[in-house]
Design a protein around this ligand. Structure first.
Ligand code: NDP
Length: 485
């Protein structure tokens, strides 16, 4: 059977665009459909604008550091609308780059939503029907609100980048990457931040000592962090709550489905006004805004996936094998829609492994082992490999760990501490995990990640000469284990 294309990609985010371009470079006839903006979550409403906001927020301590170093310098106010305008100009530019990359690679673009009709056919919202030998689903995910009355009053991470003005106060719900990063960003921009996390310590799944240090630093910077606390009720502060409790709520309060996607933020919601919140500990407070950073869900709704036989998992994710192939042999899926490791560079890797497998004749399983990553809190957190807790469950380990005040901020008289930690196998001397909490930890862990991925031993770290004076030199100068586990 003759198909219109060799490959039809659904989703123009980091993974989809990379796979489309790489496949086109092999001579394949490729098309891609994107219903929203090219660049996807990472470029338009995730990593990129978030990191630019991190940079903006970091100037607050810089000013006081500069004063401590002898500069006569005073921070003026932060101009959100000026910043925001510039941010969106940059995002428009990047989106254009993505479009041009596709066009330049000879990929046919459809600015439309695609749904599957059968194993080789997609229907587009533009009315077109496209057939392809292979279909790659790379539709990403979206933030979700908890299923509670009035949840629509809260915003999600996508909305942050489109705020008309910064709230004076915000309650952030959650203790994951997004909650902690935005707590630090907004705090740095001058917003009064309160954070509720339902568990005992933020950043579940990461190394416990690192989590503790980050939580302490966040509190020290003024973030009102409450662990073991969750939101139980919320309402517009002007609402008559007793009436609401008596059952005269608005449509949303009457159990209309919680809004999942931010483009539904309507004008009434945006006008907002203070939000009244009741916490699990009984405390009641009002905030200008509530941010739900309570996780993300794969974008698989209403795409015809199950109808054509693609198996979905419990969270709605597309089930794939190690080659990113779904239960329908002609359909593959990569990135957040598969809910494996939800990071941009991983989606890109998965896209390239797919092209190697399907278009270059080299079956390439995706390597999800030892992925370095960073959480852009302040201080930053870089991590690769096993946490102490996971490692000691696996085998006997030595823990090398140091926490100290770095020269730059110590000179400025600040209490900031950094943490450098190595988890080492007692049997093989291999470094199983490396965890860094420090300014620039994301940059440092990229380099340390190479060594750990190569299987470096503690002896390899030890025979590497220190770069002096740096924070990272501690990574090669920790001689005695702090403890065994
Ligand atoms: P996470 O899954 O990391 O965190 C969700 C948080 O919300 C958890 O603390 C969770 O608590 C809490 N939560 C979930 N449901 C509820 C609820 N009903 N009520 C209260 N709290 C709740 O999701 P994020 O949205 O922060 O991030 C999604 C993914 O995006 C990350 O896993 C990561 O892969 C990626 N990401 C990566 C970044 C980076 O690389 N720097 C930055 C941002 C995102 P609990 O722990 O108890 O489950």
């Amino acid at each position: 059977m003759a198909f219109d294309f060799d490959l039809f990609v659904i989703g123009g985010g980091s993974g989809g665009v990379r796979a489309a371009r790489m496949a086109a470079q092999t001579g394949a006839k490729v098309a891609l459909a994107e219903e929203s903006r090219y660049g996807g979550t990472c470029v338009i409403r995730g990593c990129v604008p978030k990191k630019i906001m991190v940079f903006a927020s970091e100037f607050t301590p810089t000013v006081s550091d500069a004063q401590a170093y002898g500069w006569t310098i005073h921070a003026g106010g932060f101009d959100w609308s000026g910043f925001s305008e510039k941010l969106h100009t940059e995002l428009d530019r990047l989106e254009d780059v993505y479009r041009k990359l596709l066009d330049g690679s000879g990929v046919t673009r459809f600015d439309a939503r695609a749904t599957l009709k059968d194993a080789h056919t997609a229907t587009l919202s533009s009315g077109d029907t496209v057939t392809a030998k292979h279909i790659l689903v790379a539709t990403g995910g979206h933030p979700v609100r908890p299923d509670m009355t009035n949840a629509h009053l809260g915003i999600v991470s996508d909305d942050i980048f489109n705020l008309k003005e910064l709230p004076k106060s915000i309650l952030i719900i959650g203790g994951g990457y997004i909650a902690c990063e935005f707590a630090c960003i907004l705090n740095g921009l001058g917003v009064k931040v309160t954070q509720y996390y339902r568990g005992a310590q933020i950043l579940r799944g990461f190394d416990e000592e690192a989590r503790g240090l980050i939580a302490d630093a966040m509190k020290e910077q003024g973030i009102d962090l409450h662990v073991g606390t969750n939101i139980v009720e919320m309402a517009a502060a002007s609402d008559d709550r007793s009436a609401s409790e008596a059952g005269t709520q608005s449509d949303a309060a009457m159990g209309a489905p919680a809004r999942e996607s931010t483009d539904l933020l309507n004008e009434d919601d945006a006008k907002g006004g203070p939000i009244w919140v009741k916490a699990t500990n009984g405390a009641e407070h009002e905030f200008d805004a509530v941010l739900f950073a309570t996780g993300r869900k794969p974008n698989t709704d209403d795409m015809g996936l199950e109808e054509v036989g693609v198996k979905l998992g419990r969270n709605g994710q597309i089930e794939v094998d190690e080659y990113s192939q779904t239960s329908v042999p002609s359909i593959y899926a990569i990135g957040d829609v598969t809910d494996r490791v939800n990071l941009t560079p991983v989606a890109i890797r998965e896209g390239m492994a797919f092209v190697d497998t399907v278009f270059k004749g080299t079956p390439t399983p995706v390597d999800h082992d030892l992925i370095p990553s960073a959480v852009f809190t302040q201080p930053e957190f870089g991590t690769v490999g096993l946490t102490e807790e996971a490692a000691r469950d696996q085998e006997p380990v030595d823990i090398y760990c140091t926490s100290f005040r770095p020269m730059k901020t110590a000179f400025a008289g600040k209490p900031n501490r950094v943490l450098m930690k190595l988890i080492v196998s007692q049997e093989t001397d291999k470094v199983l995990g490396c965890h860094i909490v420090a300014p620039g930890a994301g940059e440092m862990i990229q380099m340390a990640g190479i060594a750990v991925k190569m299987g470096a031993t503690k002896a390899d770290f030890d025979r590497t000469v220190a770069v002096h004076p740096t924070m990272a030199e501690e990574m090669v100068t920790m001689r005695e284990p702090l403890r065994n586990a």
